[in-house]
Design a protein around this ligand. Structure first.
Ligand code: AMP
Ligand code: GLY
Length: 427
């Protein structure tokens, strides 16, 4: 069985790492991958957005299954492209077609879908450049802070939360005026929800679904959740406040209606669904859907899966997911992201990374690394996800921070407070 994983970050390294442990004889390829995946798989110099290049790689390497890591190839229709090509018939894709990827690719679609299926989410309305005046009137009826969301994919820059009404109006006009290009040609304005966030994940074959471990990520650059948004500075799984009664509500009011709603609408969704949730006084609301696994959430979710990940992927491909084994470890997994100095603004690249061989208590998932003259160097904002497991969150965090003390690169930065808001949580 030859499997091609598309992507180049910590998420794709974690998927590759987990598949490398399969009891099946798997040959793993990653496009384009990174120095971390190169020790487990064959890295191919192919851009996941170059569909013809992906096609050539599938043919050349007799690929049987493609696992799509990031959202952009999904939104651009990589699954449709593969499934509609007669020369690629029989190649399974783990990741939805373009219609399913709309759950992430269009906030307006996602909100309207949730309304159709009575899935709890913040009240909202959608506006276009022709309805700016209506948008301002709608906003004046809401309490601050104002939540503005560009409809399309905007690489993490599409959501604004603004306290001041006049500033919100200015930002709304800029979004609808084209600041984010086509992604902002529609804007969703929604009610602000107060609560604590967490994320739930499922894998589905379009008929049934299996619930994967939940996680909480830390998006802000600064300690105490301050400063700019990033791709994610760390994550923890399980989430202490996600007690069985809360997770049962998530499954009953959100997960099941989502999978059943997709099916009822004729969307044949095969892949992962990532539910960004807000726990509002014990009740879950959907903040956003993603049509893929998260990064850095994958770096804590996948290490908690005790069974063979390939069995789940094969269950999606063969549509018998319900009969597949899924074992989730009771241990806590944490990941702390080591980032380049300056990130999420501009930062230098190409700095030598030393000490990784001394981080033995942790798993290092590569995110933005490269090689120069055979040595590991930095090549992105998020550099290494340092994952550890423990009986408690504190034990796992102590291992990750002790590993981080061994690792060094010019300008390195990381948050010293991952899990800070969960530490004093008592049942
Ligand atoms: P998103 O890109 O949709 O995940 O939004 C980015 C972040 O904005 C989320 O992780 C939340 O922290 C916050 N957010 C989005 N929508 C809301 C909302 N309706 N109420 C409160 N916070 C929100
Ligand atoms: N960590 C958030 C994401 O993957 O979108």
């Amino acid at each position: 069985m030859n499997i091609l994983i598309l992507g180049s970050g910590g998420r794709e390294h974690a998927i590759t790492w987990k598949l490398a442990q399969s009891a099946r004889q798997l040959s793993l390829f990653v496009a384009p991958g990174n120095p971390g995946t190169s020790s487990l798989a064959v890295n191919l110099r192919v851009d996941p957005l170059d569909f013809q290049g992906v096609r050539a790689a599938i043919v050349a390497n007799n690929i049987n299954m493609v696992v799509v890591g990031p959202e952009t190839p999904l939104a651009e229709g990589i699954a449709d492209f593969i499934e509609n090509d007669p020369a690629l018939s029989g190649v399974a894709v783990i990741g939805p077609c373009r219609d399913g990827a709309m759950l992430e690719g269009s906030k307006d679609f996602a909100k309207a879908f949730m309304m159709r299926h009575s899935i709890p989410t913040a009240a909202y309305a959608t506006f276009t450049p022709d309805t700016v005046d209506d948008a301002i009137r709608f906003m004046s009826g809401l309490k601050p802070p104002y939540v503005l969301k560009a409809d399309g994919l905007a690489a993490g820059k599409g959501v604004l939360i603004i306290n001041d009404f006049d500033e919100a109006v200015t930002e709304l006009r800029a979004m609808l005026g084209g600041r984010l290009g086509a992604a902002g040609s529609k804007v969703v304005i929604e009610e602000y929800l107060t609560g604590i966030e967490m994320s739930a994940f499922v894998i589905t074959d379009g008929i049934s679904y299996r619930v994967l471990p939940e996680a909480k990520d830390y998006k802000r650059i600064g300690e105490g959740d301050t400063g700019k948004n990033t791709g994610g500075m760390g994550a923890v799984s399980p989430v202490p406040f996600a007690k069985p009664s809360f997770l049962a509500k998530v499954e009953d009011s959100i997960i099941r209606p989502t999978v059943e709603g997709l099916r009822a609408e004729g969307i044949d969704y095969r892949g992962f669904i990532f539910f960004g949730l807000m726990n509002v006084n014990g009740d879950p609301f959907v903040i956003e859907y993603n049509a893929r696994l998260g990064d850095p959430e994958s770096e804590v979710i996948l290490p908690r899966i005790g069974s063979d990940l390939y069995e789940l992927l094969d269950g999606v491909a063969r549509r018998d997911l319900a009969s597949r084994n899924l074992v989730i470890s009771q241990e806590t997994a944490v990941t702390v992201m080591m980032v380049s100095g300056g990130y999420p603004d501009s930062y230098g690249k190409g700095f030598a990374i030393t000490g990784t061989e001394k981080a033995g208590e942790s798993i290092l998932f590569h995110s933005g690394t490269g090689t120069a003259d055979g040595h590991l160097v930095t090549s992105g904002g998020r550099v290494l996800a340092v994952t550890s497991k423990g009986k408690t969150m504190e034990e796992a965090l102590a291992k990750s921070y002790s590993s981080i003390r061994e690792i060094s690169f010019n300008g390195m930065n990381y948050r010293r407070d991952i899990g800070f808001d969960l530490k004093n949580y008592k049942e």
